[in-house]
Design a protein around this ligand. Structure first.
Ligand code: 13P
Length: 247
């Protein structure tokens, strides 16, 4: 049996209690048996996600986590706290965290480890910038980013790892990567994962995924799902992506 494609929404810095309530209700109503959907919401809305999505098959999680377990780290949220709360997944190393908040490969690796150790699924993002692509450095950048995570990966991390290839130039640009680009990078990442003994990890594609291109992108070999930003804020559009994943 082919595993269902995993469709994850990254709400980024969007939402309000009122807005979320409408979106959660629509997702719950529209989710079909066999769909594997999840949404990663801002920290203050985790409680709302937990409550609203109770009894549904829709998973929910966070967009970031502290690399530290506890201590004097004002403003941080630990993996154990998220797990305690019932989070199923956490996005780690999103390009916005890397570029705007200075997260380097080593930090991302420690965060992924912390998430896995707490029993949640880390969704580790990798991807090249436009200038890196233009310099022909795509393969080198994404393999370096993934290698850092695989370097000292525990068995838990290897078992639960999800990798999202998100070319930075495709995020929020309306210009998704081509099938060829996705096929090439996903094959590379798959090979790297297998070489490290990570078999069966899910590989997601992210970057301007919408209902109109989801079918094509999700059909590419080694694409096991999508990480969706902007389009995940529109429940109808997100559910249409889920439908494309089913087709
Ligand atoms: P968009 O789908 O808005 O391009 O964002 C992708 C993304 O960053 C998901 O993490």
């Amino acid at each position: 049996m082919v595993a269902a494609k995993y469709i994850v929404g990254n709400w980024k810095l969007h939402g309000s209690v009122q807005e979320n309530a409408v979106r959660f209700a629509a997702l719950k109503a529209g989710c079909q048996p066999g769909d594997t959907l999840a949404v990663c919401v801002p920290f203050p809305y985790l409680a709302q996600a937990q409550q609203a999505l109770q009894g549904s098959a829709i998973g929910w999680g966070a967009q970031n986590v502290s690399e530290h377990a506890k201590g004097a780290f004002t403003g941080e949220v630990s993996a154990a706290m998220l797990a305690d709360f019932g989070c199923g997944c956490v996005i780690v190393g999103h390009s916005e965290r890397r570029s705007l908040y200075g997260e380097d490969d080593a930090t991302v690796a420690r965060k992924a480890q912390a998430v896995a150790e707490a029993g949640m699924m880390p969704i580790v993002c990798v991807g090249e910038t436009l200038s890196e692509r233009e310099c022909g450095d795509t393969a080198q950048v994404v393999t370096r980013q993934l290698a850092a995570v695989l370097a000292d990966a525990s068995e838990e991390l290897k078992r639960g790892l999800v990798v999202a290839y998100e070319p930075v130039w495709a995020i929020g640009s309306g210009r998704a990567a081509s099938e060829e680009d996705v096929r090439e990078v996903h094959a590379l990442l798959r090979g790297q994962l297998e070489q490290a003994g990570v078999i069966g990890a899910r590989l997601l594609y992210g970057g301007s995924v919408k209902a109109s291109n989801a079918g094509t992108l999700l059909n590419v070999v080694n694409v096991d799902g999508a990480l969706v930003g902007g389009a995940s804020l529109d429940a109808e559009e997100f559910l249409a992506i889920a439908q494309a994943a089913r087709a």
